[in-house]
Design a protein around this ligand. Structure first.
Ligand code: HMG
Ligand code: MG
Length: 296
């Protein structure tokens, strides 16, 4: 695996901020995303076009997306739940629309106010409109490794959602460990099943780090052929509609492992750390990642 090229998708501006009680001012978000754009990262999920009442921290989505400086070679994505959200996202000229739903019924209901069955046509309409507008589309599946309301989630439920998303023309599926409960053995078992049906190039992993397993889970996934991982600067993140969800895998800790093992990402670690320190200063709270615990 040394010398493998890994794509890191920075989701800090969306997943990282969505669960924060402090509203990071729009100008600070923009300055931070501009810094992220200069790290060498190839994908940034910059905001979310969900209902602003559901996620007040990102109610400035259009202003943020219109305010940033677009760097060449960077894809700017955003979370988009439905056609109304896509209208706002297109107005803001995002490059990639990330639709989302859960593999478990209760989390889907709590998070997007619909049953799984009723969500399919909504995501299909959204994905197809995004593709028609020349955008790329990725699809998140939440609660792949367990649900905060239902506990275990059957792999058949994950397969069914993944098949539906791929049939809609969605290019990449991001498998979410929403509450950060997976361990490497479970990741291996789930991927063994999924990789028999779906090519590794179509899959990304989205690990939250509640039990500190995210890096170990990443390593197992890399060994099984997955090359795309979502992470957030500082280890920020969580889903307000998933009790117990904690931060995402921290981008700087992920880079430490990947680069240390000889894998390449195109990202300059020192610049990523600078971006973490910048936001930490603005938010006035200590970030939880390992590297942010080390003194300057
Ligand atoms: P709803 O209330 O069922 O929506 O919410 P609706 O379609 O019935 O519409 C109600 C009103 O909201 C209408 O306005 C719509 O226009 C408006 P009215 O006609 O009454 O004046 N509306 C909107 N306004 C702005 N933007 C929109 C939008 N949609 C409808 N996009 C909805 C359904 C999906 C919108 C809501 O439940 C919602 O916003 N949920 C988002 C929750 C969320 O953001 N959760 C966190 C992200 S997911 C996550 O973190 C997991 C992930 O990281 C992966 C992992 O870790 O597993 C991705
Ligand atoms: Mg998440």
């Amino acid at each position: 695996i040394s010398s493998r090229k890994i794509t890191v998708k920075e989701v800090g501006p969306r997943d990282g901020l969505q669960n924060e009680s402090v509203f990071v001012p729009t100008a600070d978000k923009i300055a931070w995303i501009n810094q992220l754009s200069r790290t060498g990262v190839s994908y940034i999920e910059i905001t979310s076009f969900v209902h602003p009442k559901w996620i007040p921290a990102l109610s400035d989505a259009v202003e943020v997306a219109q305010g940033i400086e677009r760097a060449p070679g960077v894809t700017y994505g955003a979370l988009v739940p439905n056609a109304r959200g896509l209208e706002r996202a297109l107005l803001a000229n995002i490059d990639d629309a990330a639709v989302f739903m859960s593999a478990s019924e209760t989390h889907n209901q709590k998070n997007i106010n619909k049953s799984i069955e009723d969500t399919f046509p909504i995501l299909k309409e959204t994905a197809q409109a995004a593709l028609a507008a020349q955008k790329t589309v990725r699809g998140y599946i939440s609660t792949v490794f367990g649900c905060p309301y239902e506990g275990n989630v059957k792999i058949d439920a994950v397969i069914r959602v993944a098949e539906n998303l791929l049939e809609m023309g969605i290019q990449e599926i991001s498998l979410g460990d929403t509450i950060g409960i997976a361990h490497p053995r479970q990741v291996q078992e789930v991927l063994e099943v999924l990789l028999k049906r779906f090519p590794a190039e179509r899959l990304a992993m989205h690990f939250h780090n509640t039990y500190g397993m995210a890096l170990a889970n990443t390593l197992v996934s890399v060994e099984m052929g997955i090359s795309t991982f979502d992470s957030a600067v500082g280890g920020l993140g969580g889903c307000p509609y998933a009790p117990g969800a904690s931060g995402n895998m921290a981008t700087e800790d992920l880079l430490y492992m990947l680069h240390g093992m000889g894998m390449t990402t195109g990202i300059e670690s020192t610049k990523m750390l600078e971006a973490a320190r910048f936001l930490q200063g603005k938010m006035g709270k200590k970030f939880s990642s390992h590297q942010m615990q080390i003194g300057e």
